[in-house]
Write a protein that binds this ligand. Structure first.
Ligand code: PEP
Length: 257
């Protein structure tokens, strides 16, 4: 079934870039994407998504217009509206042109104490607003060392995904916490093992489990993307640092084949 899942390469800009630099990066990516489609046979084998800070969503929506690059948020609130100072609803993201939202990133889980239940409520909100939820899971280094990686990921999946989600509204990102921003990655065997485990756990808990894309995230760079993206059940990448450099993000996308 893997051939039915088009790869997705998503850039998580996190809390980086002011308007001018964000626009330069987005325009460069849009230019490359449009040019690649014009040149027969050079178009990308994956979908591209950028998730900038909320301050840049509106201007990036315009800068990416005309390209097929998708726009996503980095978080949303579970409620549609109300007295939640500083938060954004899934409906607001959808209104500004987003198609996706990253949820339960390890930095949200650690900086803001987000529980699986909170992520689950946000994923339900994303579906309500018509967004695809990219639900992040992944073990800490201590958990990996203790041989608990599969168990931790299974627990996070069970707690973070609402009932009735399916391939049309859910993407999973496996992001070992110790690999994020460190330059370290799990071995090919370790990534394959966790992704296969996630695929197994999705069966029975979501609709069309074979169609749900499972991304790998954690120090994906041009130099290791080809190897990581070739692993079975790796359906794309969630990219942090390297997504801030147009040439690097593009090279990772090109590694999809
Ligand atoms: C991330 O934060 O989602 C991430 C994968 O970061 P990096 O690529 O910088 O490790």
């Amino acid at each position: 079934m893997a051939q039915d899942r088009r790869k997705l390469v998503a850039g998580n800009w996190k809390m980086n870039l002011l308007r001018d630099d964000g626009l330069v990066l987005a325009r460069e990516l849009a230019h490359r994407e449009v040019a690649a489609r014009r040149i027969g046979g050079a178009h990308l084998a994956c979908e591209l998504l950028v998730c900038p800070p909320a301050t840049l969503l509106a201007v990036l929506g315009e800068a990416l217009g005309g390209s097929k690059i998708l726009l996503g948020g980095q978080d949303c609130h579970a409620e549609a509206k109300g007295a939640h100072t500083g938060d954004l609803s899934a409906e607001m993201l959808q209104d500004v042109g987003c198609s996706h939202v990253i949820l339960g990133h390890s930095e949200r889980r650690s900086d803001h104490g987000e529980s699986d239940a909170a992520v689950c409520a946000k994923a339900a909100a994303a579906r309500r607003a018509g967004l695809v939820a990219i639900v992040c899971v992944g073990e800490s280094e201590a958990e990996r060392m203790a041989g608990q990686a599969l168990e931790v990921v299974a627990r996070q999946l069970a707690g973070s995904i609402p009932a009735e989600m399916g391939a049309g509204d859910l993407v999973i990102a496996y992001e070992p916490v110790w690999a994020i921003g460190t330059g370290r990655t799990p071995t090919v065997h370790e990534v394959g093992e966790v992704h296969a485990h996630i695929r197994e756990r999705l069966a029975g808990s979501v609709a069309e489990p074979a169609g749900v894309r499972i991304l790998y995230g954690g120090s994906v760079k041009p130099g290791n993307a080809g190897e990581l993206l070739a692993i079975g059940d790796v359906d794309g990448a969630l990219v942090g640092g390297a997504s801030l450099v147009a040439g690097d993000f593009w090279a990772i996308a090109r590694s999809c084949g």
